[in-house]
Ligand binder design. Structure first.
Ligand SMILES: Cc1ncc(COP(=O)(O)O)c(C=O)c1O
Length: 389
C-alpha cells in the first residue's frame, strides 16, 4: 500500500511531542536529518548567551558566584544524568568526549593493575580507537578488538564500547556486555554519544562502571559544547585520572603544592570550565523539560520506521545497513549506495541535510524533539529525485 503525505500528516497530528519543534529554530524549507552530528539550535540558547554577556559585563569576576557559573559542571551533570539512567552525582559535564575517554580509560587501567589488555570494537568511532591506542602505548598494554575475535578473559582490564554504532545505528546489549566484562573482573566503559537524548539509556540498570558522551548531537548543546563523564558511585573514590590540573583539586583556591583529588566526579575536571558552552547547554537542555526518554524513543522509532518504509517503496536502489528492527537501532537510519556522497550533496541542494561516512554510507538522524513525519516524507521525495536511475 502506497504511503501518502496525508499518512505522514496524520502521524504528526497524533504525535504527543509535536509541539516541541517550536522550541527549536530550524530554517524554513530545510529538512534537517543531521541532528546525530550536530543538533539544531534550541530557541532558548540565544537569549541565554545574551544574558551571559550581561552577567559578565555587570558582575565581572563576581559572576562566577552571582550567575552560578561555578556550579555549572555539577548542575549540568545532574540534568544529563536523568537522560542516561544515572544518579544525580554520577555525571559531570566537562572537557570533550575524547578527553574524558582518555582520563577514564587510564583510571580504569589503574583500577585493574596487573592486567595486560584493553578491548574495544574496531567499528568504534575513530577517536575512541585512537585514544585507546594512545593509552595502551602510554601504559604498555595490548589493545584487542572485540569484534575481530579478541578474547574477553581475565587478562582484560577494561572494555570500551559504543552504545549505538555511529555507522549503522545498531544498539549494543549494554547489560549483557557489561555482565560479560564483570564475569572476568574487567571494567566496562560506554560511549553514549549516539544514544543520550534519543533513546533510553540505563547505566544503573546495566551495572555500567564508566561512560562518556558528547552534548552536541541529540542534546543540542551547539558546536563543540562540553562533554560529560559518568562514574558509578561505588567507584568514585578509587578513580585516579591522569590530568591532575587545579580544576580537579579538592581545594582549588588553597593553592597547595600537592595535588589532592576532589571528592566524587569533580576530580574529573582539569581546569577552567568552558562557561559559554555550558550556559548554552543549560538552555538547550530546557528543550527536554517534561519529556520522558520513553516518549523520545517512541517518536524516534516512528520516524525511522516511516523512513524505512518509504525508502523501500521509493528508493529501492539504496541498501539498508541499519538493523531492520526499530528496537535494535538508535535514532538513525543508514543506507549504502556507491554514489552516496553525490546523492547527499544533491539532496542538500534541495534542502535535505543528512551526512556521509566513507566509503558509501548515508546517515539520516531523526532527532525526536524536532523532526516531523512530514519532514521524513519530504526527505524521501527529494532524495528520490536525485538517486541515479
Ligand atoms: C561515538 C563518538 N565518540 C566520540 C566522538 C568524539 O567526540 P569529541 O569530539 O567530543 O571528542 C564522537 C564524535 O562525533 C562520536 O560520534
Amino acid at each position: 500500500m502506497t504511503i501518502t503525505r496525508a499518512d505522514a500528516v496524520r502521524l504528526d497530528a497524533a504525535d504527543p511531542l509535536a509541539g516541541l519543534r517550536d522550541r527549536f529554530d530550524i530554517p524554513e524549507g530545510v529538512v534537517y536529518l543531521d541532528g546525530n552530528s550536530l543538533g539544531a539550535p534550541p530557541r532558548a540558547v540565544a537569549g541565554a548567551l545574551a544574558a551571559f554577556a550581561d552577567d559578565w559585563r555587570r558582575d565581572l569576576i563576581g559572576a562566577w558566584g552571582s550567575a552560578g557559573w561555578g556550579g555549572l559542571a555539577a548542575r549540568l551533570g545532574t540534568r544529563v544524568a536523568r537522560l542516561v539512567g544515572a544518579a544525580e552525582d554520577e555525571v559531570i559535564v566537562t572537557d570533550t568526549t575524547s578527553g574524558n575517554l582518555f582520563k577514564l580509560l587510564v583510571a580504569a587501567c589503574r583500577m585493574r593493575p596487573g592486567r595486560s589488555r584493553v578491548l574495544i570494537e574496531a567499528a568504534n568511532f575513530p577517536s575512541d580507537l585512537y585514544v585507546a591506542q594512545g593509552v595502551c602505548e602510554l601504559l604498555g598494554l595490548e589493545l584487542g578488538y572485540l569484534d575481530e575475535g579478541a578474547p574477553l578473559d581475565e587478562t582484560v582490564a577494561v572494555v570500551v564500547h559504543s552504545h549505538v554504532d555511529f555507522r549503522t545505528g545498531e544498539i549494543a546489549d549494554m547489560a549483557g556486555l557489561t555482565a560479560r566484562a564483570h564475569d572476568v573482573g574487567a571494567l566496562m566503559l560506554w560511549d553514549l554519544c549516539h544514544s543520550a537524548g534519543a533513546i533510553p539509556v540505563d547505566l544503573t540498570g546495566a551495572g555500567a562502571d564508566l561512560a562518556v558522551g558528547c552534548t552536541y548531537k541529540y542534546l543540542n548543546g551547539g558546536p563543540g559544547s562540553p562533554a560529560y563523564a559518568y562514574v558509578a558511585g561505588r567507584l568514585q573514590d578509587r578513580v585516579r585520572q591522569p590530568i591532575t590540573g587545579w580544576g580537579g583539586h579538592a581545594r582549588r583556591f588553597a593553592m597547595a603544592r600537592e595535588f589532592e583529588p576532589a571528592p566524587g566526579t569533580a576530580r574529573l575536571q582539569v581546569s577552567q570550565a568552558p562557561v559559554i558552552g555550558m550556559v548554552a547547554l543549560d538552555a538547550a537542555l530546557d528543550a527536554f523539560e517534561g519529556v520522558t526518554v520513553e516518549a523520545l524513543r517512541d517518536k524516534a522509532a516512528s520516524l525511522g520506521e516511516l523512513f524505512v518504509a518509504l525508502a523501500a517503496e521509493r528508493l529501492p536502489a539504496l541498501r539498508l545497513v541499519s538493523p531492520r528492527d526499530p528496537a535494535a537501532r538508535g535514532s538513525q537510519v543508514s543506507f549504502a549506495h556507491p554514489a552516496a556522497e553525490r546523492i547527499l550533496a544533491e539532496a542538500a541542494e534541495r534542502g535535505v541535510v543528512g551526512d556521509f561516512r566513507p566509503p558509501e554510507t548515508m546517515r539520516f538522524g531523526f532527532a525526536p524533539l524536532y523532526v516531523r513525519h512530514v519532514d521524513v516524507y519530504e526527505a524521501v521525495e527529494r532524495i528520490a529525485a536525485v538517486v541515479p536511475a
